[in-house]
Write a protein that binds this ligand. Structure first.
Ligand code: SAH
Ligand code: SF4
Ligand code: F3S
Length: 461
């Protein structure tokens, strides 16, 4: 008998991936997904603990789901809280929300079927870090789209002083190369043309080699992934500046399938603050790294993450962040006010920055970042670029997709071009997307010219 599963996902792409894996693991029990909690037999909130606002959302959403559960008269509803808030505050959730049946941490998803069975008679808390890696016990995923995520690494040993991830996701673990390749081939065989490799520190990847000798880094892994027939685009998130090695830089130089776009968070531009954050590099190290990457791949665009108002951040420190942003030039970025997270060293640090100062700095930083983004996008007007049309647009007759730089692009185009990589001429920049027109719908698929994006799809290069 089919049963319905409703999953709501917060946080990073790893959580999006995990939600898909939880769906896979429950499918053999007859569960199909539903987008209405009111219909569901099992409801899962897959939560994020990264900032205060993120974890507060969980308790307000739980309040709403409580009434869904109480209003159901026909059959029981199992309510589960998964993800990073579950890991960090499992006991508190069980105490504060007695109607929650299951609390499960990110490393225990493979045991979900058994937990659902147990939830019929008892409340379940599973937040240990089991010795067996969950990946070995999850079904090999397929994709229902032309783009797919593939987790290659999980966890973090860096312990930046502001961050909960090392506590919620545990120690760094890299999946063996053969497992990653098998999953990638399966994704391509089921329709993926673009794969995004995921990891909390994806470029710390050091997976067991196929010959089980010395482990492979991310650069080497990318080289073999690029050999998979039918895989046109590869990306990876999130990288740490400290783990960008020569081999990864060379991969950007050599692999046209590797998209010319790198998310490389720096958090701050002041050496004093970077040291207090335990980032393990200076602003000058970051500048040098960006220079080397751009030398290897001139078309490379960067995105970043920033935190303003870290404890003891002065106006001078903040000016260093603005200067680094000014000099680096970002295509896109995320920026946040420092949020003190329970259990992290920075939450206890003296000289916390007052809220209005954080807000004012965030506004100034965002103004600069958004001007850079507008400038980056405007450069494409009148130029051609290859776009992977992965969905229908909001208007009829319209398709939408992503450029090599993750820009959303819309175009009036026939349905036959859905799931294809098509050259578009960019006509207009809108606030959240670019608008293009078809150039040559029968044109070569992106990557065939070998420039890897440097020509932005222009012919003859
Ligand atoms: N592994 C990635 C970051 C993962 S968290 C890295 O090392 O860069 C995603 C982003 O959330 C971080 O880059 C940081 O900018 C932000 N973040 C993490 N903890 C935060 C906190 N306590 N307050 C504000 N922003 C935070
Ligand atoms: Fe958090 Fe730092 Fe690890 Fe990134 S590298 S997940 S910011 S501790
Ligand atoms: Fe959030 Fe956990 Fe991801 S804290 S950002 S869901 S690793």
């Amino acid at each position: 008998m089919t049963k319905k599963l409703y999953i709501k996902t917060y946080g990073c792409q790893m959580n999006v991936y995990d939600s898909a894996r939880m769906t896979d693991v429950l499918a053999p029990l007859g569960f199909v997904t539903s987008d209405r909690p009111e219909d569901a037999d099992v409801i899962i909130l897959n939560t994020c603990h990264i900032r205060e606002k993120a974890s507060e959302k969980v308790f307000s959403e739980l309040g709403r789901l409580r009434s869904v559960k109480e209003n159901r008269k026909t059959s029981p509803v199992i309510l589960a809280v998964a993800g990073c808030v579950a890991q960090a505050e499992g006991n508190e959730i069980l105490e504060r929300a007695p109607y929650v049946d299951i609390v499960l941490g990110p490393q225990t998803y493979h045991r979900l079927p058994e937990m659902v069975a147990r939830a019929a008679w008892t409340r379940v808390l599973e937040t240990d870090f089991p010795p067996e890696p969950k990946f070995d016990h999850l079904p090999v995923p397929t994709t229902d789209g032309v783009t797919a995520f593939l987790a290659v690494q999980e966890g973090c040993d860096k312990f930046c002083t502001f961050c909960v991830v090392p506590y919620t996701r545990g120690a760094e673990y890299s999946r063996p190369v053969t497992a990653v390749l098998a999953e990638a081939r399966r994704l391509v065989a089921t329709g993926a043309k673009e794969i995004t490799l995921l990891g909390q520190n994806v470029n710390a990847y050091h997976g067991t080699a196929p010959d089980e000798k010395s482990p492979w880094g991310l650069g080497r892994l990318l080289r073999v992934l690029a050999e998979i027939d039918g895989l046109h685009r590869v990306r990876f998130v999130t990288s740490h500046p400290r783990d960008v090695d020569d081999d990864l830089i060379a991969a950007f130089r050599d692999l046209p399938q590797l998209m010319p776009y790198l998310h490389l968070p720096v958090q701050a531009g002041s050496d004093r603050i970077l040291a207090a954050m335990n980032r393990g590099h200076t602003a000058a190290d970051y500048r040098r790294l960006v220079e080397r990457l751009r030398r290897a791949r001139p078309a490379l665009a960067l995105s970043g993450d920033f935190i303003v108002g870290f404890p003891d951040e002065s106006e001078v420190d903040f000016a260093d962040t603005l200067a680094l942003v000014q000099d680096t030039g970002y295509a896109q970025a995320y920026s946040f006010k420092f949020s003190p997270r329970p259990g992290t060293p920075a939450a206890e640090a003296p000289h916390q920055v007052p809220e209005p100062v954080k807000a004012e700095r965030l506004a100034r930083l965002q103004e600069m970042l958004s001007a850079q983004q507008t400038l980056f996008n405007s450069v494409f007007v009148g130029r051609e670029m290859p776009v992977l049309l992965d969905r229908r647009g909001t208007h009829s007759g319209q398709l939408a997709g992503r450029s090599p730089y993750m820009q959303a692009v819309t175009v009036t185009a026939p349905d036959s071009l859905l799931d294809q990589i098509v050259n578009l001429r960019i006509e207009r920049v809108r606030p959240n997307s670019l608008e293009g027109t078809l150039v040559d719908s029968a044109g070569p698929e992106y990557g065939s010219c070998g420039c890897g994006g440097a020509c932005h799809g222009a012919k003859g290069e």
